[in-house]
Design a protein. Sequence first.
Length: 150
Amino acid sequence: MLADAAAAETRSIVATADAISELDGWIERVGMSWRVPTAVVFRARVCVAEIAANLLEHGRARPEGDTLTVELRQDGPGLAIELTDTGRAFDPTAWVPGTASPDSVSGRGLRLVRAYAAMSYRRAAGQNILRLRVVSAQPGAGAGSAGHPG
């Protein structure tokens, strides 16, 4: 779990399309209540939706559905997010952009996640643990320029 320096909100779901949709609204509500900039909340919603969709579409390890836990923590003007899931091992930080053809749909979501957030990944106790740090775009900043999450 993320450090306890700031207030945190956590949700756990069984990864279904409906539950992922509910997570999206939850992230928006929490971001608004913390007065996080709208652009940061939007980026966080996109990142979580993409990682959750990848779990649902590609990473399912349990027929009854895998558990996804999302922890949000305010991080200055940004958000620190930890996603933990019981799906098959997948390290989105190891995915190499450009391995699919430019016309391919494959990998587009991970390109967005990389553009919107700094990421770190580990696998522990049969779970994927992905940390994201989402901040507003900085002029001239490139993908991953948000810094490496702790």
